[in-house]
Design a protein around this ligand. Structure first.
Ligand code: ADP
Ligand code: MG
Length: 259
């Protein structure tokens, strides 16, 4: 079981789109996949076709140990993957976890008994470096960082990299950056191609080969509760996320030691 956090403290950079579409693409490739929604906005939940307002339990109850993963997980009706869903309740977890023991490793503990259930677990983190994101980073083996190829993207990256380093040093020795995923890419935009080239230069093979283009079909899909890769399979965005799933599968196959 490979556990990846999809993180970037900036909002609107494509974390949720990447989480939902990678989950659906991995499932389409026959991988047993769990998508964990760690954002109180519940966008990954809704984008997977799960109604966040009618949940019996959610990731909130799991973090507070009021429910187990078995009790809270649901199946994405469209996507053939499991979802540990989130809704507004999760906003309270930030405060409620503060006084609790082992507060950073609640998600890790919840996943611990399920090593044989899944090939991939993807964690959609909220746009902050909060206790929720910390739970994501402590549970994960690696981080996938979606980013837009614009000037300010590089500025924010150093804060995230420093946080990942601190978590690695103090809380989770397994954690590493798997790679940077360039999203909402526009090859006609000169800045976009320049920043993309800079990323390759600085980060080498930490930059995924797959480039996800800006594609309106990916943005339309969530309102139908269908992952973009299934909503319009032929669209350029869908094709990119399917290619990204193939790249991720090849990446984990190349690691000799099972995680
Ligand atoms: P985050 O989770 O980082 O806040 P989202 O995945 O919600 O970011 O994306 C922010 C907005 O950009 C959403 O409206 C989403 O539909 C849109 N979006 C994300 N990726 C793409 C893409 N490749 N092409 C077009 N729109 C996209
Ligand atoms: Mg999001």
């Amino acid at each position: 079981m490979h556990i990846f956090a999809i993180a970037n403290q900036k909002g609107g950079v494509g974390k949720t789109t990447t989480a939902v579409n990678l989950a659906a693409a991995l499932a389409a490739k026959g991988q047993r996949t769990l998508l964990v929604d760690l954002d109180p906005q519940g966008n990954a939940t809704m984008g997977s076709g799960v109604e966040k307002r009618s949940l019996k339990s959610s990731v909130y109850q799991v973090l507070l140990q009021l429910a187990t993963l078995e009790q809270a997980r649901v199946i994405s009706p469209a996507g053939k993957f499991d979802v540990l869903p989130a809704n507004r309740d999760l906003a309270g977890a930030e405060v409620e976890l503060v006084d609790l023991e082992m507060r950073e490793v609640r998600l890790k503990a919840a996943l611990a008994g399920h090593k044989d259930d899944y090939d991939f677990v993807l964690i959609d983190c909220p746009p902050s470096l909060s206790m929720l994101t910390l739970n994501g980073l402590c549970a994960a083996h690696g981080v996938i960082i979606p980013m837009q190829c614009e000037y300010y993207a590089l500025e924010g990256l150093s804060d995230l990299v420093n946080t990942i380093k601190k978590v690695h040093a103090n809380l989770n020795r397994e954690l590493k950056i798997i790679g940077l995923l360039r999203v909402m890419y526009d090859p006609r935009n000169t800045l976009s191609t320049q920043v993309s080239a800079q990323l390759e230069e600085h980060f080498g093979d930490k930059v995924f080969k797959t480039l996800v283009p800006r594609n309106v079909r990916l943005a339309e899909a969530p309102s139908y509760g269908i992952p973009g890769v299934l909503f319009d399979k032929a669209a350029k965005g869908a094709q990119a996320y399917l290619a990204f799933a193939v790249e991720m599968i090849a990446r984990v196959d190349s690691w000799k030691e099972p995680l």
